[in-house]
Unconditional design. Structure first.
Length: 431
């Protein structure tokens, strides 16, 4: 597990005011960079995520021969076409990024060379069978460590199209199969049990791939030709979630989050919170590169709370940690089940949430696949272990704003995985 030495102290807040702009969407940034590297001609990617995870993707692509120039938040990537990557001189390092490992695996499966992609200690404990299985069915030869764990050793080669039914919803696995499908002759189809984020399909279509959608089936026709283009990354709604939650639960708050991504497959958080009493307004909506974005105006609210519907859980998987914190301040608390995936994230997030909430004096019931927190609880400042998990660290920064006394978050530097400057931005809009 990656640990980060810094410690942050969070004190109770009177209100959150002003406006904040969150980093470029991490999920979209990964996809734009990968697709630009295998497109033909240059791509300009604006507002690219500053996260450590996305830096890992860029480092891997550069090691594969992609030419990338950075200037502030803009990248220029010179694409060499589907077969323009070259064999790396050593192992590719995905760092802490499961997105990098799984999705890049789909592209590497179609190359004419061998590659090995590894990660840090935390990523090395995250299961990869879900992505290895469909790629192997397409003809890829992939070896893993014992138990289907990283690193992935990929012998690239000729791939065949297939129709694959996802056993569980996963945007990363869907994306890996679609990216591999770019290299296969004919139509590759992925059938989802439930809709997941569709950034890959949108980006592929924007760059010239032939994409089909029918019900829960998404198809790509290969071999494909992608064209480089100018791309704009919306603000990351998963990063915005922490500011949304904070503004809802801290009294007298009035906060605007600018240029947040509003892709319908990513707005489950808003769909959940508004009916529960969250005062959230969406303003200035526009569409760029097939992706919706707009401003969110959030005011402190009396939240009802309740149960997260099971069918909503896949679309909220990244937001569940901060929702658990928010539930301690809602009238009826909050519960969720069907979230086993949280056990195999950067850390066991269910255990980390239960343990840290109890340290703050909260009543929590832990399940194998979820949590239940009681409502209207008085939290007290405590020593919080992030376990090197960015979403745990940021969720408990929100908890610290409504707790009595000072909250100390250990290994807080892990927020750089998704949101460099998070604590500075939080301090800037907090009184």
């Amino acid at each position: 597990m990656a640990f980060f030495s810094s410690t942050k102290k969070v004190k109770p807040a009177k209100r959150l005011t002003g406006s904040v702009r969150v980093p470029g969407d991490k999920s979209i940034s990964h996809r734009y960079a990968m697709l630009a590297a295998i497109a033909e001609g240059p791509s300009e990617v604006h507002y690219f995520s500053s996260s450590a995870d996305c830096r890992s993707t860029l480092a891997c692509l550069e090691k594969l021969g992609a030419k990338i120039e950075r200037k502030d938040e803009t990248l220029t990537i010179q694409g060499g076409g589907l077969k323009g990557l070259r064999q790396p001189s050593g192992r590719l390092d995905a760092g802490n990024s499961g997105s990098t490992m799984r999705m890049l695996g789909g592209i590497l499966a179609g190359q004419s060379f061998r590659s090995v992609i590894e990660g840090d200690a935390s990523l090395s404990r995250r299961p990869m069978e879900r992505v290895v299985e469909p790629l192997a069915l397409m003809g890829a030869r992939i070896r893993t460590a014992e138990g289907g764990l990283p690193p992935l050793e990929i012998e690239g080669g000729e791939l065949r199209a297939l129709r694959y039914e996802l056993p569980v919803p996963s945007a990363q696995v869907k994306s890996a199969v679609l990216l591999a499908g770019l290299y296969a002759g004919g139509q590759t189809e992925v059938v989802e049990p439930l809709p997941t984020r569709d950034h890959t399909e949108i980006a592929l279509e924007q760059m010239g791939a032939e994409i089909g959608r029918h019900g829960q089936t998404i198809a790509v026709r290969g071999p494909a030709r992608l064209e480089g283009r100018k791309l704009y990354v919306p603000g990351d709604i998963s990063s915005a979630a922490f500011f949304i939650a904070a503004a809802l639960v801290v009294p007298e708050s009035n906060l605007v989050i600018q240029n947040a991504g509003l892709n319908p497959t990513r707005t489950a958080l808003l769909d959940l919170l508004v009916p529960l009493g969250g005062r959230i307004k969406v303003l200035n909506v526009e569409m760029i590169n097939g992706e919706l974005l707009g401003d969110l105006h959030v005011e402190s609210s009396a939240l009802e709370g309740g149960e997260v519907p099971p069918e909503a859980v896949p679309g909220l998987i990244d937001e569940l940690p901060v929702l658990a914190v928010l539930g301690t301040q809602a009238e009826r608390g909050l519960s969720f089940r069907g979230a086993q995936e949280l056990r195999v994230k950067e850390t066991d997030r269910i255990r980390a949430l239960a343990e840290n909430l109890r340290r703050m004096g909260a009543e929590v019931e832990e399940f194998p696949d979820g949590l239940r927190v009681a409502g209207k609880q008085r939290l007290r400042g405590a020593e919080i272990e992030s376990y090197g998990d960015h979403r745990i660290a940021m969720a408990f920064a929100v908890a610290g704003l409504v707790a009595e006394g000072t909250t100390v978050i250990h290994d807080s530097g892990c927020v750089d995985i998704s949101f460099p400057g998070f604590f500075q931005e939080l301090a800037r809009v907090t009184e």
